[in-house]
Design a protein around this ligand. Structure first.
Ligand code: C5P
Length: 403
């Protein structure tokens, strides 16, 4: 709930601005007071009247409005809020913020503020992927700006990719996480390590062996861990996902690199091993691209990769207090999961049936079974975000009980 919180919403000039009308309603529904600043371009997409009606507040658009400046001024406007939310944060607004430019009310307010800022970027995929935007994003992150999204999907411009503004619900969730109190952060003070995604094991410089994995569940777990207050490190294989805000991401490609990255993050309190690690790597990987010859590829020698989960779970001194593995199976899910609990030496196994017919692999939902020494819990089919939150709440309960 956001009772008594004051949000200054800065609306940038992009088509995603239409979502702000819902965002304002959701924020107000949770008890927040919302004031809004519209850029000139934003006024092309949503009207000040619509925004004023929903915020039930005056809407600010002009830096050189004498009445506003004498009554309140952009400096005070920027400081009268508990949080500044920029949505949509266009490429232009992000560039201005990153470079400290201030040539209109929105950018001046953002430069004059000492209040935390959260942005929800939205732009065409090419603009999002442009090195300039990447530089600006990195600069904003290092300035402490909280970043929500963008999401992948169809865009108003007809293209597909990253650049869609996060849905109002996701933005509200990030705002709530920002305002969360100690009671909402039962993992505060703990360090959680999460592995996610596939690993890529090179055959030659252009080819690799990998498992199917979108990384979504691992990323959702990392997001939940962060939301519940843990210092969260996500060791991620190659994925196209946007890292959750506030999570430290270490990107790796191979299983060996994933193991090294995990060991470098020890000690930690909890290890959650959601990655789909390739079981084998090519021992005789070629340093040059292998040319097609007539017929088959001459023998690739596969050697077993280190089992990261098992290695960490068997550490003598630096074993995390709670080690959670995953078992993605296509048959005998529970039997295999129980066996894995023992062979891997972990405390819990999150097991699921990933047969193609379930649609779990790469899909938005997951139906898991939590297998522990105490027994098996069957969880309902839930969005992966919910599974992540439920799992991390269970982790928090387990740590509290053990303390
Ligand atoms: O043995 P299997 O791959 O089915 O076990 C799955 C669990 O083990 C997952 O938690 C996965 O992240 C972990 N694992 C690992 N290193 C490997 C293989 C699997 O950490 N080399």
């Amino acid at each position: 709930m956001l009772g008594n919180k004051r949000i200054l919403l800065i609306i940038g000039g992009g088509i995603a601005a239409y979502k702000d009308l819902i965002l304002i309603r959701r924020l107000r529904g949770r008890g927040a007071a919302v004031q809004a600043v519209l850029t000139k371009a934003a006024e092309q997409f949503v009207t000040p009247l619509a925004v004023a009606s929903l915020t039930e507040n005056k809407v600010y658009t002009d830096l050189f409005n004498l009445t506003d400046e004498s009554e309140m001024g952009h400096i005070q406007l920027s400081r009268s809020a508990d949080l500044l939310v920029v949505a949509p944060a266009t490429a232009d607004l992000m560039a201005k913020m990153a470079n400290g430019q201030a040539d209109d009310l929105a950018s001046t307010t953002l430069l004059a503020t000492d209040t935390p800022v959260l942005i929800a970027p939205a732009m065409n995929v090419r603009m999002w992927e442009h090195p300039a935007t990447k530089r600006n994003l990195a600069a904003l992150r290092s300035d402490g700006v909280i970043v929500v999204g963008p999401e992948q999907g169809d865009m108003a411009c007809g293209e597909y990719g990253y650049g869609r503004m996060s849905e109002p619900e996701a933005i509200v969730a990030a705002i709530e996480a920002f305002f969360a109190t100690e009671a909402d952060r039962p993992l505060a003070g703990y360090k959680v390590l999460v592995t996610a995604g596939p690993t890529h094991e090179p055959i030659d410089p252009v080819r690799y062996i990998a498992n199917r994995s979108s990384g979504q569940q691992g990323y959702a777990i990392a997001a939940a861990s962060q939301r519940l207050g843990a210092e969260t490190v996500l060791i991620s294989g190659p994925t196209t996902l946007v890292p959750p805000p506030g999570v430290t991401v270490r990107r790796i490609e191979t299983a060996q690199q994933m193991l090294d990255a995990c060991e470098a993050e020890l000690p930690c309190d909890v290890g959650i091993f959601a990655a789909a690690v390739a079981d084998w790597r090519v021992d005789n990987a070629s340093s040059q691209k292998i040319k097609k010859q007539n017929g088959a590829l001459p023998g690739l020698q596969l050697v077993e990769n280190p089992d990261i989960l098992r290695t960490i779970a068997h550490l003598q001194n630096r074993r995390p207090r709670l080690v959670v593995g995953f078992a993605a199976e296509t048959q005998d899910v529970i039997t295999n999961a129980r066996r894995k609990l023992e062979t891997k030496g972990c405390d819990w196994i999150v097991a699921n049936d990933v047969s193609p017919a379930t649609g779990i692999m790469g899909g938005p939902n997951n139906a898991v079974h939590l297998v522990t020494a105490q027994g098996v819990e069957d969880w309902p089919d839930l969005p992966k975000g919910e599974v992540g939150l439920r799992l991390m709440q269970r982790v928090a309960d387990a740590l509290r009980t053990a303390a």
